[in-house]
Ligand binder design. Sequence first.
Ligand code: BGC
Length: 389
Amino acid sequence: MKFSALLAAVTLATGAYALPANETVEKRATCSPVTLSGNPFTSRKLFANSHYGDYVKTAAAAITDSTLSSQALKVADVGSFLWLDTISALDTLDGHLKSVPCDQVIGIVVYDLPGRDCAAKASNGELAVGQLSTYKSSYIDALVKIIKANTGTAIVALVEPDSLPNLVTNADLSTCKASKTGYEDGVAYALKSLNLPNVVQYVDAGHGGWLGWNDNLKPGAEELAKVYKAAGSPKNVRGFATNVAGWNAWSKTPGEFENAPDGQWNKAQDEKRYVSLFSAALKTAGFPNYAIVDTGRNAVQGLRDEWGDWCNVNGAGFGVRPTSSTGDSQTDAFVWVKPGGESDGTSDSTANRYDSFCGKADAYKPAPEAGTWNQAYFEMLLKNAIPQF
Ligand code: BGC
């Protein structure tokens, strides 16, 4: 079902609307079983899933400026990751997997750990601390079952954004302390279970302004390696993902925060330098070290008051489109992970999941709940895109 124009107009006026009830998933012919090896993006384009495509098409239809509207439509053709942020998000996965052309690869984000988003509030998830067995059986096992029914689809799985990085730098928070065992066991279970021929896995490693600090590189790499080894060192884990839903430039000298007073303590002043430093630390720790980098929203720099500001940064623009031409032998691909236009968190200070970062001076307001559509923000990303659409 598509939005009616009236419904779209009404809901767009409020700034947010819900997921289209039925996504336009078009199935393709059967593909032969896939066995991936090496960089999965070298010969396969990142699939443009209809979850994002439908949002974008509805958004384009709501734009009255015809030039901007046709530019918006082009965003629907850009490949991006599909976030499996709840158990019920798995309901449409089979259809998505069956719609991926045989020569493309779909990106999925595995994102439903118990006690999710332990150092923030905006993306707290459906599972509470302690619900590890539900995570394993109702989420990971269910996901694996759907994947096993689609051996002809090439899949890149990005495993649990922010989780292990939070255990490194936010270990003193009571919420992260409580989440620790569940995160480590949960991620290990995911890695072990998703070790399938048609899947390649990357584990989230934050960004240069997070694990890139001199003092965080080693503990960060060791945390990832520990969980990977606990999973039995699954052979389809290819490395790590950086800048997921982030804002850092790929390459910029000086880096945005390089001349800040504490800049001397962090050599990872852009994601290129972060990939280089962190991949070296991972090698020492015994973890596979190829990277993918989210360039979905990093076109414009100099917007954040502080490096750690993560919520709906105002003035942002769509960045480099997904490609395996990164010019860096350690970096497999630039990808769009965060679907640009979906919110990072609500700016409504009375909401349950309100996080004060979403009320900061450099955050766009008003903003709806994390994951829901923000039409005005989408239009801003489009206008500020580099390269332009
Ligand atoms: C939200 C998820 C959403 C994802 C992609 C996260 O911040 O918590 O619900 O799927 O962003 O927009």
